[in-house]
Design a protein around this ligand. Structure first.
Ligand SMILES: [Fe+2]
Length: 417
């Protein structure tokens, strides 16, 4: 029965004059003859064109070298756009843009239409307090221990790799309802966005003080060469621990820059996607406790905070379950073999970074396997600050120490004992 259906469909298709020759069975000799005549004409044209030194149909010319490594990335064309503060509006200026809600149907509609959605009251006041207290303490302790990552001349700080830095962070990453009472709804959405088997890509804490926060416009999957598939490869979740607005450093987004109505990506090599932000850049406005989910194709950036005070957020990034290493070599191989492997082999098994992927404690410059991790630190335990963290011996530490506006990073040289 299934075969009969297939054949009938094929018969419909071969009645079109331009169909190429096929090896599939035909229902009628007329269709087969028509197809062969078309192919004969096509080949004659090709032969005639080749004799004259030109190809009749450029799609019939096969490249003779491999160039799949040479695909473009989106980031290079987006630099500088977010500098013009006057061109950025509040998302609440536009009635059609997403506002916080708990209605799953509306959230899905917003996500597909605008590339982001806002889950209302995903964190209770107590849950916000618990996350904020741990984040602020960890950030202050990392500065005191001189293992901090500052930006924007000290007006921004990122707490990398929250996973080992507190049970409250681990509970939020795992979307436990006791950490965030809106987590079940967020988890449902995440499953619909990324499919089954997604995994944690990054978990960062973000602190933005007055004057800090602006990033260049980018896609969170910008390290994937263009063209992208017509669905998000990643989903960033921003848990707003303080209010987000234009003045308070709310994330800038270009609503709808991820796709068209028919599902085509807006950011493609042949489109002027850098123009999508013109008159369309808005700062997300949402109260503390909101959970922002973004399609990783959406053009967006960190927003500059002009108001006094500090904007706090947990940025937790999830990835589709595809394209992982098939074997988890870093877990499945004895540590001494990994440590003694050649740099070339270490790179092959994932102990190196690629466009920021594979970083270790924020270190995407030749990361290595640490013996002493920067884990959970607290101002209440200053004795832990003097540990000989491996991070102090990294290129990342050298870079941070050079930038260091508050002497919050220490570099101890290239080689540790
Ligand atoms: Fe981003």
């Amino acid at each position: 029965m299934a075969r009969e259906k297939h054949l009938n469909q094929h018969s419909d298709q071969t009645s079109e004059a331009a169909s190429p020759v096929s090896t599939a069975p035909h229902l009628s000799i007329e269709n087969e003859l028509a197809e062969l005549r078309n192919e004969n004409t096509r080949l004659r044209n090709l032969l005639a064109a080749a004799t004259n030194g030109v190809a009749a149909d450029p799609t019939d010319v096969w490249p003779e070298t491999i160039s799949y490594h040479d695909q473009p990335f989106s980031g290079a064309r987006l630099a500088g756009i977010t500098k013009d503060r006057t061109a950025i509006r509040a998302s609440t200026d536009f009635a059609e843009l997403p506002t916080p809600t708990n209605d799953q149907r509306q959230l899905e509609k917003d996500f597909v239409r605008w590339g982001y959605c806002l889950v209302a009251d995903a964190l209770s006041k107590d849950q916000i307090q618990i996350q904020s207290d741990r984040l602020v303490d960890q950030a202050a302790a990392e500065k005191a221990a001189k293992v901090a990552h500052l930006s924007h001349r000290g007006s921004g700080q990122t707490v990398f790799n929250m996973l080992p830095k507190g049970q409250v962070f681990r509970d939020l990453i795992a979307l436990e309802p006791h950490a965030a009472h809106g987590a079940p709804l967020v988890e449902t959405l995440l499953g619909k966005i990324l499919g089954d088997g997604y995994y944690l890509a990054t978990a960062h804490g973000s602190l933005v003080h007055q004057g800090g926060g602006r990033q260049e416009l980018h896609q969170d999957q910008g390290f994937v060469p263009l063209p992208h598939p017509p669905f998000p490869l990643y989903c960033l979740i921003i848990w707003c621990l303080t209010d987000f607005s234009l003045a308070e450093g709310g994330t800038y987004v270009v609503p709808g820059s991820h796709r068209t109505a028919n599902g085509e990506n807006q950011v493609r090599p042949e489109t002027h996607f850098e123009n999508l932000a013109t008159d369309n850049l808005v700062a997300v406005t949402a109260p503390a406790g909101t959970c922002l989910l973004t399609d990783s194709r959406l053009l967006h950036s960190g927003g500059k905070r002009t108001a006094p005070g500090t904007r706090l957020a947990a940025r937790i990034f999830y990835a589709r379950g595809t394209m992982r290493q098939q074997e988890n070599q870093l877990v499945a191989t004895p540590e001494n073999i990994i440590r003694n492997a050649s740099p070339k082999l270490q790179k092959l098994i994932g102990l190196d970074a690629y466009y920021g992927l594979g970083m270790v404690e924020g270190n995407a410059r030749a990361p290595h396997l640490p013996k002493r991790y920067v884990g959970e630190l607290s101002l209440s335990n200053p004795g832990a600050f003097t540990q000989d963290f491996d991070w102090r011996y990294t290129e990342d530490a050298r870079h941070q120490a050079q930038l260091d506006w508050d002497a919050a990073a220490e570099y101890r040289g290239r080689n540790r004992d």
